[in-house]
Design a protein around this ligand. Structure first.
Ligand code: FPP
Length: 246
């Protein structure tokens, strides 16, 4: 099925949207604490933001969206919170997969499978199988994901090859979890923190970074549009002196 035409917006240039948006969904805990609620309530509320963002990216015809849902460092959280975050991905897919499929979204997973409970893997695998032939928005969940781990995994995968291709940047990228996908043009991080937190270390080399003070559970389409407006005001030079319009 062909992609729908991008939605016209009075401020956004539909020809200069990012090909790939990556998001660090931060601030769930603070959102909950401000309301006197347990941290889990913040994560639960964050699911509605995921839904809103996916719909908005689909409407704008953004080709790839990658969401940082669980890092290799998040295992340090209390066991109950880890269990909750695991169950949330299952719940999200159970509730959303039919709509995602209707929207022609293709689901992807970036991260290590080992250590992730079989129930979570089963839900992801089913979602990926159901949406495998879809040609619209590619929605990646970075889950049990670590940027350094990904680079080491790529080195190991390259090393396992009997006929190793020369280690150019282009060849190396083919061994990353994101093989075949464009690098993110835009990284959005919510809740005001100015860190990469081990997210897509290789791929974010030339991404424009927009940090918003909005806490993740409050993030909606208008915040995405604000980030995109800021993105389009940036001059991207990729180390050169001339502005490059991708
Ligand atoms: C960071 O906030 C958020 C996470 C570690 C989890 C991200 C999960 C969601 C947004 C829920 C939706 C997930 C799926 C899979 C649909 P934090 O807990 O570090 O917040 P804090 O910095 O305020 O404590």
């Amino acid at each position: 099925m062909a992609r729908k035409a991008p939605v016209n917006s009075p401020v956004l240039d539909p020809r200069r949207l990012p090909r790939h948006i990556a998001v660090i969904m931060d601030g769930n805990g603070r959102w909950a604490r401000r309301r006197g609620l347990p941290r889990a309530a913040g994560h639960q509320a964050g699911m509605a933001s995921v839904r809103a963002l996916v719909r908005a990216c689909d409407e704008l015809a953004v080709p790839v969206l990658t969401l940082y849902a669980f890092s290799t460092e998040n295992w340090k959280r209390p066991p109950a919170e880890v269990r909750f975050l695991m169950s949330l991905l299952i719940e999200f897919l159970r509730r959303e997969i039919d709509e995602l499929h209707r929207r022609n979204v293709r689901l992807g997973l970036l991260g290590r499978r080992d250590g992730v409970p079989a129930t979570v893997l089963k839900a992801i695998d089913r979602g990926m199988a159901q949406t495998a032939a879809n040609t619209g928005l590619r929605l990646n969940f970075a889950f049990n994901y670590g940027g350094r781990r990904e680079i080491l995994d790529a080195v190991e995968a390259w090393n396992r090859q009997t006929r190793r291709p020369p280690l150019t940047e282009e060849n190396f990228a083919k061994f990353l979890y994101t093989a075949g996908l464009p690098d993110p043009d835009l990284l959005i991080r919510t809740s005001g923190e100015m860190r990469l937190s081990n997210f897509l270390l290789w791929q974010l080399a030339y991404a424009e970074i927009v940090v918003t003070p909005v806490l993740w559970p409050d993030f909606r389409k208008k915040h995405l549009l604000a980030a995109l407006t800021e993105y389009q005001q940036r001059e991207r030079r990729f180390g050169g002196v001339e502005a490059v319009h991708a």
